[in-house]
Design a protein around this ligand. Structure first.
Ligand code: SF4
Length: 348
């Protein structure tokens, strides 16, 4: 008679009141950035967090371990500010890359969102440490406009960074473009061509009210339908089935679907919210859990972590945070209240 097999350990799940299972953890590793994008922060920068306020790599890795091993989170995205301005970032990536979903399942998938300006220098080390996928934020292909939007003359570095990411083996390499009506929306076709020529997936992001100077206007939002209409006028496309990822994806009809650059995406956060399938939870650089990008409340892990909390204590805060999640943002309704923090303080 063969030995009884211990039933496979199925991790608890972080499920909110709407039945959404949270599997995607966004970790902001710093609130600092080497760019000064006009819709994100003022020229002089923000009131940065102090060194002792920011979680250490060990603290971040411990929190991530509880999310991954205890709750079956299977995807981690590193964000900022600009994550690559945090010194020794590959050390953290290495600590995270060894985590197994549910404790004994597959390795967690590590991705990052960056402005791309340092990728030529860091891409190889990050891949060696375990990074697999990357999103590069790029809002203009024109050097003068890039300078105007980011207050940095670094377009060439970012374009080279995108190539360095592909050379280092990051796959896919995606390019995120925040479209602001009357600012850069005349570049939709330029970006579509760029993605096709460079073999990267370009994703247009509808402008969201998370800018630091509260200047967001709904009139500046370029809706998904308009973006797709402009692309299809030159490059006919068809929709591709969508998973839980935020982007709606479209395939160029003149390209084989598995060819790099054959897909273009739109993240229609404002005109077609995708909150009903949201599986994301966020950790800020100072150790607060945000159960939504637009959350008004945060759940503190920093204090318990620095006061000897057990993994059970941390898990209880994670449960509470996800349990309190609302159905979704209410942008465009009278209920909508802007969060106190801006995108650079939350992380994408
Ligand atoms: S707005 Fe909030 S609930 Fe909606 S998809 Fe984004 S993070 Fe999820």
């Amino acid at each position: 008679m063969s030995e009884p097999v211990a039933p496979e350990q199925t991790p608890e799940r972080l499920v909110d009141g709407f039945g959404r299972v949270h599997r995607d953890l966004r970790i902001s590793v710093t609130d600092r950035c080497n760019f000064r994008c006009t819709y994100c922060m003022p020229e002089e920068g923000m009131a940065w967090l102090g060194r002792d306020e920011i979680l250490t790599f060990e603290e971040t890795a411990r929190i991530a371990r509880v999310f991954v091993e205890r709750f079956g989170v299977d995807s981690i995205r590193l964000t900022g500010g600009e994550p690559t301005v945090r010194a020794h970032l590959p050390v953290l990536v290495e600590q995270l890359a060894g985590l197994r979903v549910g404790g004994d399942g597959p390795l967690v998938d590590i991705a990052m969102t960056t402005n791309g300006s340092t990728l030529r220098n860091v891409a190889h080390d990050l891949v060696a440490a375990g990074l697999r996928r990357i999103n590069v934020s790029l809002d203009s292909l024109r050097a003068d406009r890039f300078l105007e939007l980011t207050r940095r003359d670094e377009l060439a570095k970012v374009l080279d960074g995108i190539r360095a990411a592909a050379e280092a083996g990051l796959d896919p390499v995606k390019v995120n473009v925040v479209l602001v009506g009357g600012v850069n929306d005349d570049e939709v076709l330029d970006f579509a061509r760029f993605g096709r020529d460079e073999g990267v997936t370009v994703r247009f992001i509808e402008f969201m009210p998370l800018d630091a100077d509260d200047g967001w206007q709904s009139a500046q939002v370029v809706p998904q339908d308009e973006i797709v209409r402009r692309i299809a006028a030159e490059f006919p496309v068809e929709p591709v089935v969508r998973g839980s990822e935020p982007a709606e994806r479209f395939r160029y009809l003149d390209r084989p679907v598995d060819e790099p650059g054959s897909i273009v995406g739109v993240i229609p956060s404002v005109t077609r919210p995708f909150c009903e399938s949201c599986d994301r939870v966020r950790l800020t650089a100072e150790g607060q859990i945000r159960n939504c990008l637009f959350a008004l409340d945060e759940f503190d892990l920093h204090t318990p972590l620095r006061n000897g909390a057990s993994d059970d204590d941390l898990a209880a805060v994670m449960h509470e945070a996800v349990g309190a999640k609302w159905a979704g943002h209410s942008i465009g309704t009278v209920q909508f209240i802007r969060p106190r923090k801006s995108m650079s303080q939350i992380g994408g």
